[in-house]
Each structure stands twice: as structure tokens, then as C-alpha cells.
Design a binder for this molecule. Structure first.
Ligand code: GRF
Length: 195
């Protein structure tokens, strides 16, 4: 199975996914694509010998369709079987998603369906949650929605800040996403529940 990974920044989730696709894993990375040519993850991917591409979203301003038409070019060239959004910070239109529905995953730093959108850690603390975590889901047209393929659950400790919580959740993202991808690439949709 060929896996394309979309990033916007440091790509720590991308690195975890790439480093997991070895040995008898049924998938291999075929492209790392970013909406920011300066994304630190592009260098990490190139250092691992993975083809990379960048399509800057800024010249397209609000014209999402035009941006996505450009984004599609390297993506279609790579012929991925699965697309993993990993710290990808652009909202994708329903048209784009429908092209890959059923084979596009995303990781989101909350226990979906709670706290869709941004600033999830601060919002969880603010809401007085005792638990938090991250979720991997199939991407559908609705933001941070779609069937849950995995979750990692952690406790929010007294004194946790949004920063300390984000750091704890990120560790679990790096465990969850590779576990979900391996199962998904094997055609198994049973949710991964950690710890
Ligand atoms: C992190 O905040 C993570 O929680 C979310 O995307 C952000 C960057 O992740 N999934 P990465 O290091 O670029 O994978």
C-alpha cells in the first residue's frame, strides 16, 4: 500500500508514521506534501529518502478549490492508496475529500467528538475535563468528524497547562497513528484504543 502524508509544520506525526512503515508492514510512504515550503517536516522526509512536494496555500487566498487543484497534482502523481493528514492545518473542501473518501485519515488532539477544531487542550482544561487525548478518524466533508479508527486516553492532572497537556497528548499521537495505520492498511477497521 502507498501512503501519502500531508503536513503543515514539524511533521513529528509524519516521522512516527514513516518510521513505523518497515519490515512486514503492508504500507510504505510514497510522498510527503505540505502547504508550506518551509515546513520542517519536509527536510525530515527528504532525509528519509521520501519524495516531497509543497504547494503554498497563500497565493490562492480564499480560493480553496484553486489551491486544492494544485495540491492534487503531486498527490495524483504519487498514486497513493491511503492519505494521512498529520498536523495538516488547512480545511479541505467536500470535493477534495470525496475524491479520497474511505482512504483518508486524520489525527486530531482531542477525544472526538469532543473539542473539534483548534485549541483543544486549553478548551479541555477550561471545561474541567479529567480526561483528554487524541483521535484518528476517517476524513469526511465535516471538520474533525467521520468514523473513529482509534483513540488514546490520558488523565488531565492538576496543574496541567495547555502546553504540558499538548506535550503529553503528542507522545500518544505518535503511538496511536502508526497503530491505526497498520491496522487500516491491513483492511482492519477495528478501533485502536490506548493505553
Ligand atoms: C500538533 O499540535 C498535533 O497535536 C496535531 O498537529 C500538530 C503538529 O503535529 N496533530 P506535527 O508535529 O506536525 O505532526
Amino acid at each position: 500500500k502507498r501512503v501519502a502524508i500531508l503536513i503543515s509544520g514539524g511533521g513529528s506525526n509524519m516521522v512516527s508514521l514513516v518510521d513505523s512503515m518497515v519490515g512486514d508492514h503492508p504500507a510504505r510512504p510514497c510522498l510527503v506534501l505540505s502547504n508550506d515550503a518551509e515546513a520542517g517536516g519536509l527536510k525530515k522526509a527528504a532525509a528519509r529518502g521520501i519524495p516531497t512536494a509543497a504547494v503554498d496555500h497563500r497565493p490562492f487566498k480564499g480560493d480553496r478549490a484553486a489551491f486544492e487543484a494544485e495540491l492534487l497534482k503531486p498527490l495524483e502523481q504519487a498514486q497513493p492508496d491511503i492519505i494521512c493528514l498529520a498536523g495538516f492545518m488547512r480545511v479541505l473542501t467536500g470535493d477534495f475529500v470525496s475524491r479520497f473518501q474511505g482512504r483518508m485519515l486524520n489525527i486530531h488532539p482531542s477525544l472526538l467528538p469532543k473539542f473539534k477544531g483548534l485549541n483543544t487542550h486549553a478548551r479541555a482544561i477550561e471545561a474541567g475535563e479529567t480526561e483528554h487525548g487524541c483521535s484518528v478518524h476517517e476524513v469526511t466533508a465535516a471538520l474533525d468528524d467521520g468514523p473513529i479508527l482509534g483513540q488514546a486516553r490520558i488523565r488531565i492532572e492538576a496543574g496541567d497547562s495547555a502546553e504540558s497537556l499538548a506535550a503529553k497528548v503528542l507522545i500518544w499521537e505518535h503511538k496511536l497513528y502508526p497503530a491505526v495505520l497498520r491496522r487500516y492498511a491491513n483492511g482492519d477497521r477495528t478501533p485502536v484504543l490506548l493505553p
